[in-house]
Design a protein around this ligand. Structure first.
Ligand code: PMP
Length: 414
């Protein structure tokens, strides 16, 4: 679909790209073509300046000082919580726990929600296409409790087999965990439908939204899940920022995971009482400057609007898919009907890492490897793929430059 065909406002790419200082860089003497956005996004100057401003003008610790700077820092940090709550339509800001990223969020649920509930013979259900951050925490708590981790299968197109997922929602399953969007395949999972099936059986559903939030508006209430984990650095914000949204009833019932300052009501050797959620889960000094950047990142998304972002990304994905199909011997891994702009592929006769190294010399940054998704690589019977992952600031010309570079380096390896 063309951005102009459906009257969706088109993105002003020249203006947008001017906001991202790093996009103007050269790599190995070539203009950078950054197609590793699923790994981490680049940051607009608005985010960089928000972090810089925080340290220059407002730096102090949060929630402890009554002085002006302390109030400003607390305002920035708590303001990011408000902005994140609005961004995912959380019913309450108090249901948004600020974390260092998705990994901390899933581990928090593993140790604080799952572990106290799991009995020998219980199970956690996840899927074959998950990132390790949505597999390994479940394995760790399963090993401690005598529970098991089951994985719902996918088909050769890289789509979850929903009937099998539903079949696997047996009474021993105490938690189901699914990625909203696959970081390797781009597959968009039917989270609403999965949540409905989980609800019917009284099984809570955790959604790993890391790869969804940079591309589509998310409404946790409409999705109907219980937990939603996200990371800031893939959506324009600084590294070391993220959030876990969870229903109040779950947060109220969960014991704290980390202990320390900020998360208590009163500490006595006879027994310590804890702050209410979300602070109960936020021990220690957080990444305050990073969260000042999160608020700026969310403002940036709001200034563009997801309608325009989605129209452009769809057009880019279609263009990149069509262009890659022209490359002889190229096989795309992941051809789901509904995808975000992530394309994994293999080139006959060439190692993914060799290709990525040669592409780097052409200024093209793509990722090669297992993408923290070993079970998915095992499913497709490959050790690694190359992955081009696009963002709204990428252009059709960059896609063409990437394909031209691929055709060039392919010759060197054949
Ligand atoms: N889940 C998915 C789907 C991801 O792509 C990533 C990042 N590659 C993560 C979880 C982990 O995110 P973080 O390292 O920011 O915690």
């Amino acid at each position: 679909m063309n951005a102009k065909a459906d009257a969706t406002p088109a993105l002003d790419l020249a203006r947008i790209r001017a906001d991202f200082p790093l996009l103007a860089r050269q790599v190995h003497g070539k203009p950078l073509v950054y197609l590793d956005n699923a790994n981490t996004s680049q940051k607009p100057r608005q985010v960089i300046e928000a972090v810089d401003r925080h340290y220059r003008e407002h730096n102090a610790n949060v929630a402890r000082a009554v002085h002006q700077l302390g109030e400003e820092a607390t305002g920035a940090y708590e303001g990011a919580r408000d902005a994140l709550a609005r961004f995912i339509n959380a019913p309450s800001r108090n249901e948004v726990v600020l974390t260092s990223g998705t990994t901390q969020a899933t581990n928090l649920v593993a140790y604080s929600y799952a572990l106290p509930r799991l009995q020998p013979g219980d199970a956690i259900l996840t899927t074959v296409m998950e990132h390790h951050a949505n597999i390994v925490p479940w394995q760790l708590v399963a090993a401690r409790s005598g529970a098991t981790v089951k994985a719902a299968p996918i088909d050769g197109r890289g789509e979850l087999i929903v009937e099998k997922f539903v079949e696997l929602l047996t009474p021993e399953v105490k938690l189901a965990c699914v990625g909203h969007v696959s970081n390797v395949l781009g597959t968009v999972n039917p989270v609403r439908e999965l949540a409905r099936e989980c609800r019917k059986r009284g099984i809570p559903l955790l959604v790993d939204g890391s790869q969804a939030v940079p591309h589509r508006p998310v409404d946790v209430q409409a999705l109907g899940c219980d937990f939603y984990a996200l990371t800031g650095h893939k959506m324009l914000a600084p590294t070391g920022t993220g959030a876990l949204w969870a229903k109040k009833e779950h947060l109220d019932a969960m014991p704290p995971f980390f202990g320390g300052g900020e998360m208590i009501r009163e500490v006595r050797f006879g027994g310590t009482t804890f702050a209410d959620p979300p602070h109960k889960f936020e021990a220690g000094t957080p990444n305050i400057a990073g969260f000042a950047g999160v608020a700026a990142a969310l403002d940036y998304y709001a200034s563009l609007g997801f309608d325009a972002i989605r129209a452009h990304e769809r057009a880019l994905l279609d263009h990149a898919t069509a262009r890659l199909r022209e490359v002889p011997g190229l096989r795309i891994i992941g051809e789901a009907a509904e995808k975000e702009p992530v394309i994994s592929f293999l080139l006959e006769g060439a190692q993914a890492t060799d290709l990525a190294t040669l592409l780097d010399l052409e200024g093209v940054a793509v990722r090669s490897g297992h993408h923290c998704a070993h079970p998915l690589m095992q499913f497709f019977g490959v050790p690694a793929t190359l992955r081009a992952s696009l963002a709204f600031y990428n252009t059709h010309e960059e896609v063409d430059a990437f394909v031209a570079a691929l055709l060039k380096v392919r010759k060197l390896l054949m």
